[in-house]
Design a protein around this ligand. Structure first.
Ligand code: C2E
Ligand code: CA
Ligand code: CA
Ligand code: CA
Length: 278
């Protein structure tokens, strides 16, 4: 009853709502999960339209919560950022992804997402260098994906860090391109190797007026600037055909494969890159 409920939550302020309590519990569970390394990395293939083969995988963090099941990274990453846990968590993903990618056929890259908060931490370059050294993964097989928010926060420091990363042979991609508000000026000022066209544009291809022209313009822009263009969230053959016709370099999405656990990576490679494919 009501009395009982009040009694069992007596450590919380009465005005604290259920959402805040749920959030407190998630914070506690997140710290605990990090201590126990209760995370897993899933991999989603990136498919080259030039070679018609898988050319790499994006590493995507998964948290299998003891009672809630899989919690979406869009839910727990912002909390990890606020709590400062994203730095150790991000370093864990980086090490794990490099370790696993080092066992894949040479030439296949691995892309790791890096939070804006990691960019303000002096240890990022050291962590990347150490991950490469310890796993033996050549720098050219590692890509780091960053969003615009990194550049907004601290453009000066970010430029220096990006150049240090590139000196290690690592490539840098601008993620979720088109969703921010000043992407164009960032493309001019920062040394990106790749533009990832946000899935919201891909979804609206052939559906919403103007989208086709925007996508065409972004692919043209990327190619003029010497950058690879990758379209995210490709789910249909029609989207694939459209992107191919426009000269997009790479696609990623459920049409090729959902993100899979590392145990299924070899199977995905064989399915798409195997000699028997018609
Ligand atoms: P993102 O970097 O844009 O990753 C792509 C997201 O789109 C992934 O969601 C992926 O599962 C999903 N996706 C891929 N193909 C399709 C498709 O065809 N249709 C649809 N509807 N979705 C597709 P996920 O794994 O839930 O990750 C969400 C976001 O969480 C990521 O967006 C990224 O911003 C963040 N994230 C994931 N792992 C990490 C990590 O290790 N570190 C950091 N800092 N962020 C991460
Ligand atoms: Ca990404
Ligand atoms: Ca993205
Ligand atoms: Ca995103």
């Amino acid at each position: 009853g009501k009395t009982e409920a009040r009694g069992s939550f007596r450590f919380f302020e009465p005005e604290m709502d259920a959402r805040l309590q749920a959030r407190r519990i998630l914070e506690r569970d997140l710290r605990d999960a990090l201590a126990r390394e209760a995370f897993e990395v899933y991999y989603q293939p990136i498919y080259s339209l030039g070679t018609d083969r898988i050319c790499g995988f994006e590493a995507l963090l998964r948290w299998d919560h003891p009672t809630r099941g899989f919690v979406s990274p869009t839910e727990f990453i912002p909390i990890a950022e606020e709590l400062g846990l994203i730095v150790p968590l991000g370093e864990w993903v980086l090490r794990r992804a490099c370790e696993e990618a080092a066992r894949w056929p040479d030439g296949l890259k691995v892309a790791v997402n890096v939070s804006a908060v990691q960019f303000t931490s002096a240890s990022l370059v050291t962590a990347v260098r150490e991950a490469l050294r310890r796993t033996g993964l050549p720098g050219r097989r590692l890509e780091l994906e960053i969003t615009e928010s990194v550049l907004v926060a601290n453009p000066g420091a970010t430029t220096a860090i990006l150049h240090s990363l590139k000196a290690l042979g690592v490539r840098v991609s601008m993620d979720d391109f088109g969703t921010g508000y000043s992407s164009l000026s960032y493309l001019r000022s920062f040394p990106f190797d790749k533009i990832k066209i946000d899935q919201s544009f891909v979804r609206d291809l052939c559906v919403k007026d103007g989208t086709d022209f925007i996508v065409r313009a972004v692919i043209g822009l990327g190619s003029s600037l010497g950058m690879t263009t990758t379209a995210e969230g490709v789910e249909t053959e029609a989207q694939l055909a459209h992107l191919r016709a426009e000269g997009c370099d790479e696609i990623q999405g459920y049409l090729i494969s959902r993100p899979v656990p590392v145990s299924q990576v070899a199977e995905v490679i064989n399915r798409w890159n195997g000699a028997t494919r018609a």
